[in-house]
Design a protein around this ligand. Structure first.
Ligand SMILES: [Zn+2]
Length: 269
């Protein structure tokens, strides 16, 4: 992972496997470099929280501006924690694709964005077919296998071979901070044969003692989802959003009173 200055006071995170390709632009924005006050300080990119709209648009202008874009020259998605995916084009610029947690394109120049606060960002790049995908998976999208649905969508739409895809799992809440209860526990058990390795007694990684609540390893569960879909190359950010509220918004750590940080991926022409 590469931590750089997108602009002077707006840091971005990038990933070697995507950066090295040279054919796409991408970033995870942090919460730094925006204009919103607490609890949205400062680079909140979402109007789904009670921040002022004008500030959110100013923040998007700053963030997407690192790549010469703005709210109207990227595709957004209306996230609903399900596993529906959609193929998009520049025709969708400035719109929010309804009820979808995964968007993909093979149109050169097309930019995809999504926002997060603990859920898992998933980036996919197909260097052979020239296609990209962007996904969002909280615990519901994870047990519903949104990452796998996005891989299968890229295969169906663009002929992508999962074995040649490059995948990145971005910053999400880690097992250190993600204590879970029902119905999360039983749904994780239903979705993953090896659930015992995903429901751990943090921080030692062992199963919890009787009566103890387990911690769910959300990023690892999504690595499993991608692997089960046939993806081999998976880079993990390894950053916990709840541990690093200096860098990210965290719904859990900040008890819901927080903003959303963004991602962007652009297929260069
Ligand atoms: Zn943590």
């Amino acid at each position: 992972m590469i931590y750089t200055n997108g602009t002077e006071d707006l840091p971005i995170l990038q990933f070697e496997s995507l950066f090295d390709s040279g054919h796409i632009d991408h970033a995870v924005f942090t919460r730094q470099g925006g204009v919103s006050p607490a609890p949205f300080a400062s680079l909140n990119l979402s109007v789904s929280v009670p921040d002022e709209k004008a500030r959110v648009y100013a923040n998007r202008h700053r963030a997407y501006g690192v790549f010469g874009r703005d709210t109207g020259s990227v595709v957004h998605a209306h996230l609903v924690h399900e596993a529906e995916v959609a193929r998009v084009t520049k025709q969708d610029y400035g719109t929010w694709i309804a009820r979808t947690d995964g968007i993909m394109t093979n149109e050169p120049g097309c930019a995809l964005t999504m926002n997060y606060a603990d859920c898992t960002p998933v980036f996919l790049y197909d260097p052979l077919q020239g296609a990209i995908g962007l996904g969002h998976a909280g615990w519901m999208g994870t047990v519903r296998d949104l990452p796998g649905a996005l891989v299968r969508g890229m295969t169906a739409e663009f002929g992508s071979d999962p074995a040649t895809l490059l995948a990145v799992i971005g910053p999400a809440i880690g097992p250190c901070c993600y204590e879970v209860d029902e119905p999360v526990i039983s749904q994780v058990r239903g979705a993953f044969p090896d659930a015992s390795s995903l429901l751990v007694d943090a921080p030692n990684g062992k199963a919890p003692a009787n009566g103890g609540r387990p911690h769910f390893n959300l990023p690892e569960a999504n690595r499993c989802n991608l692997q089960r879909a046939g993806v081999h190359h998976i880079e993990m950010a390894g950053l916990c959003t709840a541990c690093r509220t200096d860098l990210f918004f965290s719904h859990r750590a900040e008890k819901g009173r927080t903003g959303r940080f963004g991602t962007i991926i652009i297929l260069n022409s």
